[in-house]
Design a binder for this molecule. Structure first.
Ligand code: ADP
Ligand code: MG
Length: 261
């Protein structure tokens, strides 16, 4: 069963008397462990589709389901619980609190989840060390480079051991070398840790590296190429993760995930 699905989804934005059909009868399915790029021109509806799949917004008609469970009847509280516990988010604009430290930014989702400060700080520090930001833990976010900011945003996305990472143009504000490092980190999380990756990008070279490309044009799906079969065999994933010397913090986070859910 698909981990994420949209079924005949439509999104109409209304502003004043104007109506705009941003998504028109869109049905997609994303399997656990897949790496999927959502591509298309600016204004085609990529971010809208991602926001709907990520339960950040609701469709005008149609249904979004998570692991086969329709979400239409979910309360706001239930929606925010699913988002906080199951999804991690990475955006082009980073969305860090500039005057808070790297550690404070990273552990924010744990704070929302009610974990004690000492435990939050321990987990956050460990994860930041794994992501090569161990020496920046107490720096203000405002003092980081773009690539470092995006790695902090990825740390924040990972801190709750998400099953899915949603990224919207994650390399859009980065130079090509730094962008490459962020790409590699996202693919590492997908390939070696089994995290589903759903990434909006208009960059064709980046999109070509995904298992599958969902192409959007004027609010409709015009292509769902599948270059490679998604990895469905969990034991193969685990074996590879061992071979590639998996980062300890993410491993720990994943095992916590297993215990808690
Ligand atoms: P993309 O991510 O592909 O650039 P979006 O999904 O952000 O496109 O937007 C799709 C279309 O919907 C665009 O024409 C955009 O102007 C319009 N749109 C997006 N958000 C809103 C909104 N909140 N209100 C009105 N129109 C919107
Ligand atoms: Mg967009």
């Amino acid at each position: 069963m698909a981990q994420l699905s949209s079924s005949a989804v439509t999104k109409v934005y209304k502003s004043g008397d104007e109506q705009f059909l941003a998504l028109d009868n869109v049905s997609v399915e994303i399997e656990r462990g897949e790496a999927v790029a959502i591509t298309g021109k600016s204004g085609s509806g990529k971010s809208t589709l991602m926001h709907l799949l990520a339960l950040l917004d609701s469709p005008t008609s149609g249904e979004i389901s998570i692991n086969g469970v329709p979400t239409k009847s979910f309360s706001e509280q239930k929606l925010s619980k699913v988002r906080n516990e199951t999804f991690g988010f990475v955006f082009q604009q980073f969305f860090l609190n500039a005057n808070e430290t790297v550690l404070e930014n990273t552990v924010l989702p744990l704070e929302v989840g009610g974990m004690s400060q000492s435990e939050r700080n321990r987990l956050g520090t460990e994860l930041l060390e794994e992501l090569g930001l161990g020496d920046k833990v107490q720096n203000k976010a405002v003092d980081l480079s773009g690539g470092q900011k995006q790695r902090v945003a990825i740390a924040r996305a990972l801190i709750n051991s998400p099953q899915v990472i949603f990224a919207d143009e994650p390399t859009g504000n980065l130079d090509s070398k730094t962008g490459q490092q962020v790409e590699e980190l996202l693919f590492d999380l997908n390939k070696n840790h089994g995290i589903t990756l759903v990434c909006v990008t208009h960059d064709r070279d980046f999109a070509a590296k995904f298992d599958r490309i969902i192409e959007v044009s004027d609010g409709r799906i015009v292509g769902q190429d599948s270059a490679v079969e998604p990895e469905k065999d969990l034991s193969a994933l685990i074996e590879r993760s061992v071979r590639n010397a998996v980062s300890k913090a993410v491993e720990e986070a994943l095992s916590r995930n297993g215990e808690n859910k």
